[in-house]
Design a protein around this ligand. Structure first.
Ligand SMILES: [Zn+2]
Ligand SMILES: [Zn+2]
Length: 104
């Protein structure tokens, strides 16, 4: 559950997640349950955050470019972060999330 391009075991659903295959440059959330982990500060990929809480996908919105963006909220500290979905995310799961209005 760290923002890089190697595989990891999801701490939420326990599935082995492989390296990203298409549709994104690095993986920061599980393609099966869409959970992420709070490891970054405001800079994506820096992994300097001590929280390490699980980040729950609470909604999705689309950018004007048509790109889907997941909204993750940390279950431990409440921090929210936007993440682009990856090409191999479970799209039914993404579509099942509530659509939230763009906030910025
Ligand atoms: Zn998972
Ligand atoms: Zn947190």
């Amino acid at each position: 559950m760290i923002a890089n391009n190697s595989g990891f075991v999801c701490q939420k659903c326990g599935k082995q997640v492989d390296r990203i295959k298409f549709g994104g440059s690095y993986r920061n959330h599980c393609p099966f349950c869409l959970y992420s982990k709070h490891v970054d500060t405001d800079t994506p990929g820096d992994r300097r955050n001590e929280c390490r809480g699980l980040m729950k996908p609470i909604g999705v919105f689309t950018r004007r470019t048509g790109e889907y963006v997941l909204v993750h909220k940390c279950e431990k500290c409440g921090f929210e972060r936007y993440n682009r979905i990856a090409g191999d995310d479970d799209f039914e799961k993404v579509a099942g999330l509530s659509t939230i209005p763009l906030r910025k």
